[in-house]
Design a protein around this ligand. Structure first.
Ligand SMILES: NC(=O)c1ccc[n+]([C@@H]2O[C@H](COP(=O)([O-])OP(=O)(O)OC[C@H]3O[C@@H](n4cnc5c(N)ncnc54)[C@H](OP(=O)(O)O)[C@@H]3O)[C@@H](O)[C@H]2O)c1
Length: 259
């Protein structure tokens, strides 16, 4: 399908690997110029080279911490105008909520709620003026199905979801959409680090932990980042202008509810 976004400028935050990288790759394949971002310069440049070779698109790597105002300025000013914004960032580590002190709580909120809101503030008026904008926020299945131990992640992302729900309705008439993608379990470094930590805790092999994880998902497998990237690219497409304010779970059926 031609996504109708050839020549658009896309900014994908936190995208040197994992889900962000997959979104950047699919937007590049759709013909966008893509700004990618991460803190590790070498990893980011390797990813930029790989996506450019695969897609033929122009990829602009911006080394920056997306959680800081300076980092955000660098990211959004890498292109003349931002038509598509994919908000993403690292997630907080798995922790007993009793151990999350005030400073850690505030850092979690800055990373997964305040920073994406600041980026929306930076780009949305230009999108409204130009009558085209697509904003996708990568959150988590934990927004609908909170897990003990990921409390800060669930809380900050729910805050983001609530904050932007009203904003989405306020710009819909200008063909600017704001949606949320909620990953379940995807085969990325973050997931694999979590499986390795669980295996170490239990004193068993990682293959056993992975098999248990897969068995608990109705699809009986862990998702591939490409599947996530393609859904993101569709929400950013010209065809998705009537989809806004939505939370799309991509989790192989793991969430057991109907709404
Ligand atoms: N994978 C899953 O199954 C899953 C499930 C639910 C939710 N999520 C959420 O989805 C998001 C992406 O997860 P992932 O699995 O793709 O993680 P990942 O494989 O660990 O990749 C994280 C990416 O973010 C970049 N990054 C991290 N902190 C950054 C910062 N402050 N500034 C700029 N870039 C930063 C990393 O590069 P550098 O380290 O070089 O900066 C890397 O490119 C996370 O918020 C995660 O919690 C993932």
């Amino acid at each position: 399908m031609d996504l109708g976004i050839q020549g658009r400028n896309a900014v994908v935050c936190a995208s040197s690997r994992g889900l962000g990288r997959a979104c950047a790759t699919e937007l590049a394949k759709a013909g966008c110029t893509v700004v990618i971002n991460g803190r590790d310069k070498q990893a980011l440049e390797e990813t930029a080279h790989a996506i450019a070779s695969e897609s033929g698109a122009r990829i602009i790597p911006v080394v920056a911490d997306v959680s800081t105002p300076e980092g955000q300025r660098k990211i959004v000013s890498a292109v003349r105008q931002v038509d598509i914004l994919v908000n993403n960032n690292g997630g907080p580590p798995y922790r007993d909520f009793r151990k999350i002190d005030r400073q850690a709580q505030l850092a979690g909120l800055v990373n997964n709620m305040v920073s994406p809101i600041e980026l929306v503030q930076a780009v949305i008026d230009g999108m409204v003026e130009r009558r085209f904008g697509r904003i996708v926020n990568i959150t988590s299945g934990s927004v609908k199905m909170p897990l003990a131990g990921l409390d800060l992640s669930s809380g900050a992302r729910l805050g983001l979801t609530g904050f932007l729900a009203g904003v989405a309705r306020s710009v819909a008439s200008a063909n600017v959409t704001i949606n949320f993608l909620l990953p379940g379990s995807f085969d990325t470094r973050r997931l694999n680090d979590g499986l390795a930590a669980a295996a170490k805790d239990k004193g068993v092999g990682i293959d056993l932990i992975r098999a248990e994880e897969e068995a608990a998902i109705p699809a009986k497998r862990i998702g591939q980042p490409e599947e996530f990237g393609k859904a993101c690219a569709f929400l950013c497409s010209a065809h998705a202008g009537y989809i806004t304010g939505q939370n799309l779970l991509i989790d192989g059926g793991a969430f057991p509810g109907v709404l």
